[in-house]
Ligand binder design. Structure first.
Ligand code: GDP
Length: 433
């Protein structure tokens, strides 16, 4: 969901205003320099639209003074938010601190709403008008305390915030979910497709409201219709002339990119090959959900099974989260397990963790296991937000660099807490300078 950052000098009434915006009477934290809040991101809802409010007010002014601190807030807000609410105290007017912040805000491409707070009284409206001089457009008068004007501000916020994240996938608009069936030559892709379209009912005519590219196949699995993309390439036997492999890999890449979830088919009877790992990497790098299907299970004996354990542990380090299904396209063994695995992976891929829940979990985690100290400093994790789904993408805001090992630790615990089986998860760290 879109993010609104609230920026302003300490004591201009940001917290009171934030409480107005989120419509809650949370304990108002004293808005004075030096007071740090451990949680600064909140979920807000207005006119049926959800957004995240980030209160940047908790920063401690650093050694270089308050002006630098507010500029740093503005900088952070710029980098993280979709829109910025800049709060000025109408009873004080614009100070040099505000002027410094405006310089930073101007550089951003983000919309900025200028709010004059503490307008508890009509007589202050002249002061409000003087804020035009900041060059941020019309100053909006509010009283955080009485709530006056806050409805108008909320309407304006909705005007400038972008709609909730755009979906680039067709399925979001309905229609069957899109599956790429990928794997190196000879793993059994066309055999599996034939099995799926033969045994299960192949849907020949198009489903109402969808147009199907002739190279795709609609397949009914487990009472649900799925769209297998670019299956034309699987039906025809590819001629291995020179360059065919390169062409096949381009085609695989395109199929993955037009799908939401990939079935990566592996040959259970053979050791994992470089080519298998390349296909797997393509799926992970594309951020698509993924199911691993070990085909030719009918050929796997006791010895092979033992050998596989070590081999897969090493070979599949990038995808410990992917569900594994052992199947045989030849005998039909366990192919019915594919649909539930696809569904699980897509559900994870679509998951959104509410900001409040994410942060209360994170606060506890960090308190129990703080990030390792680097060059004498203890980086603080300020808060986190889920910036996107498909795949779930998280942003951690910190005061310092987090080591790769610690980031992996966070991802592992995040998965333990919230699941995400079958989906990659992305975590990025934004360091406040
Ligand atoms: P593709 O290149 O990935 O499309 O692979 P194919 O579907 O053409 O299969 C390659 C070979 O593996 C063929 O000879 C298939 O008969 C064989 N094959 C496919 N699936 C299985 C399976 O589950 N068990 C066994 N034993 N052979 C299989």
């Amino acid at each position: 969901q879109p993010v609104l950052a609230v920026v302003g000098r300490p004591n201009v009434g940001k917290s009171t205003l934030v409480n107005r915006i989120i419509g809650r009477r949370e304990a108002v934290v004293q808005d004075v320099p030096g007071v740090t809040r451990d949680r600064v991101a909140y979920d807000a809802l207005w006119n049926g639209r959800k957004f995240t409010v980030v209160d940047t007010g908790g920063w401690e002014p650093d050694a270089t003074g308050m002006m630098a601190s507010v500029a740093a807030q503005a900088e952070l807000a710029m980098n993280t938010a979709d829109a910025i609410l800049f709060v000025v105290d109408a009873t004080v007017g614009a100070t040099t601190t505000e002027e410094a912040a405006v310089k930073v805000l101007r550089r951003s491409k983000r919309p900025v709403l200028l709010v004059a707070n503490k307008v508890d009284d009509e007589r202050l409206l002249a002061e409000v008008a003087s804020l035009w001089s900041l060059g941020l457009g019309e100053p909006l008068p509010v009283s955080g305390l009485h709530g006056r004007g806050s409805g108008d501000v909320l309407d304006k916020i909705l005007d400038v915030l972008p709609e909730t994240p755009r979906d680039t996938f067709e399925s979001a608009r309905g229609g069957p979910r899109r599956v790429a069936l990928v794997g190196r030559p000879n793993v059994g892709k066309s055999s599996l497709l034939n099995r799926l379209t033969g045994e299960e009912r192949a849907v020949v005519d198009s489903v109402a409201g969808t147009t199907v590219d002739p190279v795709d196949s609609l397949v009914e699995l487990d009472d649900e219709v799925w769209r297998f993309v670019d299956t034309a390439g699987l039906r025809k036997r590819v001629n291995f002339a020179s360059g065919a492999e390169y062409y096949a890999s381009l085609r695989t890449k395109a199929a993955i990119e037009s799908a939401e979830v990939a079935i990566v088919l592996l040959d259970a009877a053979e050791p994992l090959s470089e080519q298998d790992l390349r296909v797997l990497s393509m799926v992970v790098d594309s951020g698509r959900a993924c199911v691993l299907a070990f085909n030719k299970w009918d050929l796997v004996d006791e010895d092979r099974r033992h050998a596989m354990v070590r081999e897969l542990e090493r070979g599949l380090v990038r995808v410990p989260w992917a569900e594994r299904v052992n199947i045989s396209a030849l005998t039909g063994r366990s192919v019915r397990k594919l649909a539930p695995a696809l569904r699980t992976a897509l559900t994870s891929w679509d998951t959104r963790v509410p900001t409040g829940r994410l942060n209360s979990w994170l606060t506890e985690l960090i308190a129990a296991t703080p990030p390792p100290v680097r060059s004498g400093k203890q980086p603080k994790v300020l808060f986190a937000t889920q910036a996107a789904t498909r795949p779930p993408t998280f942003v951690l805001f910190t005061t310092g660099f987090l080591e790769a090992g610690y980031r992996r630790f966070i991802e592992r615990r995040l998965r333990e807490e919230f699941g995400f089986e079958g989906s990659p998860v992305r975590i990025s760290v934004r360091v406040r300078e």
